[in-house]
Design a protein around this ligand. Structure first.
Ligand SMILES: *Cc1c(COP(=O)(O)O)cnc(C)c1O
Length: 412
């Protein structure tokens, strides 16, 4: 920036400066890549993949009815339709969308507990990543954190004591899904039903955004890799007053944060001044609307890229890997040491810790990651020991051609 300003100020050649600037930034500009890491929701690669068709309409540069009510011709709310879909799918009374889930948590505690206390188990007072730390978010919202229980064991009676303790003014119990780590061994946490009976609204930050543990949009039983993952519908049914979750994790949608649950509490969040500052943009809402309609129509596994990747059969992934290797020819395959191997892909984004999805990869001898990143379309692979693994479960089938192109251009 500084050199561009200097060039302009001194009457320099603006075009040449712009070209130089773009060159210097080339690799740091946000650009499309192929995710062959096997981590389906890769936080560094923008989590859930969505193509541009999700974010707009095909009829050119037309405006949208973002805040216009087509029935009355008056001003409308950008959140009406999406809120209805978002409430319907997990069986909530009402819902709102903000941007992102960190903002959802901030808004909930700011709207419902500012100047009051929020009870959080010591085992759930966590950092989620990207510096999102529960104690700090509470502090920012103007609520006070009341630590409950211990790191490994917290009981309902610990919460009850925090609520009735003199001097405390507990407005909410907050549960946080420890999405990116695992406490094992001598541990205990009360059930949601026990907590819901304590007379204080329970807010559960489930993070990963599974809408319904029964996965009615998947043919057959719910996928085994989702086992144990908290879901919005069941969390509300077990007594949570509100759930908060991300739009770009297991929903497979755009980056956003969702608050769903009791009507009066959602209304209080909607009415809070922070809502205006945290509201999502039109493109986010258009994409979320598409994704939610796909769930409602039970078309998630064909229409939502993350669900298509996660539910495709391991045989089909393996067949694609075989086609990639075959299309490079026997001679090239043998110089590069190309082969197909079984792998374990993971859902990613801190969801389902420990769960894996059987997958297949194209494997190349040596560390080829940097070369693969520098192709026409960067391919992000994973190094394992002395070879490079390109897991095809996290690659859209349409991008297999890019993998072939990228492998064809490796120096042998
Ligand atoms: C991912 C996650 C967040 C943060 O969500 P963003 O959408 O990235 O802001 C908060 N809480 C939990 C439990 C999470 O898993």
């Amino acid at each position: 920036m500084r050199c561009a300003r200097l060039a302009i100020a001194s009457g320099g050649d603006f075009e040449a400066t712009a070209v130089n600037l773009a060159r210097g930034l080339e690799l740091s500009l946000v650009q499309p890549v192929v995710n062959a890491t096997g981590v389906l929701l890769h936080t560094n690669l923008g989590r859930a993949p969505l193509d541009s068709s999700f974010f707009g309409f095909s009829d050119g540069a037309r405006p949208t009815s973002l805040e216009f009510d087509l029935t009355t011709g008056n001003r409308g709310s950008r959140l009406t339709a999406v809120a209805t879909l978002l409430a319907e799918l997990p069986g909530a009374e009402d819902a709102i969308v903000v941007n992102p889930n960190a903002a959802a948590v901030l808004l909930v505690v700011g709207a419902l507990a500012a100047g009051r206390d929020v009870a959080v188990s010591r085992g759930e007072s966590v950092e989620i990543g990207g510096g999102f730390r529960i104690p700090e978010v509470l502090e920012q919202s103007g609520a006070r954190l009341v630590d409950v229980g211990t790191t490994n064991k917290t009981r309902a009676s610990d919460y009850a004591r925090a609520i009735t303790k003199r001097g405390n003014d507990v407005a909410l119990i907050m549960r946080v899904h420890p999405s990116n780590f695992h406490i094992e061994g001598f541990t205990e946490q009360p059930s949601l039903t026990e907590l819901a009976g304590l007379g204080v609204p329970v807010v559960s930050d489930i993070g990963s955004g599974l809408l319904d543990a029964r996965c009615p949009w998947v043919e057959g039983p719910p996928p085994s890799w989702l086992h144990g993952e908290p879901a919005a519908r069941q969390t509300l049914a077990d007594g949570a007053a509100l759930v908060t979750f991300s739009g770009d994790k297991l929903i497979g949608g755009p980056q956003c944060g969702i608050i769903a649950g009791r009507g009066d509490l959602v209304a209080a969040c909607r009415a809070h001044p922070l809502m205006r500052a945290l509201r999502p943009g039109g493109q986010t809402l258009i994409a979320l609307q598409r994704v939610l309609l796909a769930f409602a129509a039970k078309r998630a596994c064909t229409d939502i890229p993350f669900w298509a990747m996660a539910t495709s059969s391991v045989e089909s992934v393996r067949e694609r890997a075989v086609v990639v290797v075959d299309s490079l020819g026997a001679a090239r395959s043998s110089t590069l040491g190309l082969r197909v191997e079984p792998t374990d892909a993971v859902p990613g984004a801190g969801s389902t810790p420990g769960a894996t999805l059987p997958s297949a990869a194209v494997v190349v001898d040596g560390d080829r990651c940097a070369e693969l990143r520098s192709g026409r379309i960067p391919v992000i692979a994973r190094r394992e020991g002395d070879h490079t693994v390109l897991d095809l479960r996290s690659v859209a089938p349409a991008d297999d051609a890019v993998i072939v192109e990228s492998l064809a251009s490796l120096t042998s």
